[in-house]
Design a protein around this ligand. Sequence first.
Ligand code: O7E
Length: 242
Amino acid sequence: MQKTFFGSPRTHIIFAADLETYDQNARVLEQVHEHIDVIKVNTPLVFHEGPSVIRRLQETFQKPVFADLKVADVPHTDVKIVRMVADNGGAAVMVHGFVGPDALIDCVEAANDEIGIIMQLELTNPGGKVFTAPIANDLAKLAADLNLYGTQAPGNRPDRIADIRSIIGPDPVIVCCGVGAQGGKHQSVLDAGGTYSIVGRAIYAADDPVAAAKNIRLSKEKQPVVMPALAHGQSAAIGGQK
Ligand code: O7E
């Protein structure tokens, strides 16, 4: 059984801390931290602030930090990045599945059960359908065979989340980017078997980031209200999926 590097999901939201500096991201996180489970950092922020930004965010906001560094190199380079994340307080690191089994096995070994390895499968941009989508199911099988902590899936293509869940089984986490600005919906992600929605611009670029985060979070808690006593036994739902 895998460790739960992200803890138990509560809001099922990962905040993509994609603003340029620590301070800019911290200002948003101070407002929205109670509505998110995990903080994701990517390469531009780590270049700007250095890898210590991972521990700084983790300690300040008491949330696991997921280093989305999209590791995509030969094994002896990949493992250095994995160790850099582990040694700087990260909870998980993103590795491209196309690096192949040898590189992934070395990454798992380097992670030493201190951090989770999450495999990138299928990019959410339209061009992601050209080269990454055709290999994504095979990569998902490999992720399952290697017992990785989880995989990515495109949050703006719920049918693909369902495909990937059926391949990897119930236990690994599935982190689904593309929710909000790229068209995906939190409720659809969870209905399709995703564990987390990754949300960036729909929160940090909103006029009111708190209201935005709250709305996304609550969208999964809204149950359809069934109207009683409609004619001919029909029913109608109000609310439900946003
Ligand atoms: O569209 P936004 O603003 O919500 O940001 C989306 C974030 O998800 C951003 O950090 C981007 O780098 C990331 N992402 C994608 O948008 N598409 C992908 O295919 C993969 C990721 C990603 O997060 O990969 C790791 C799970």
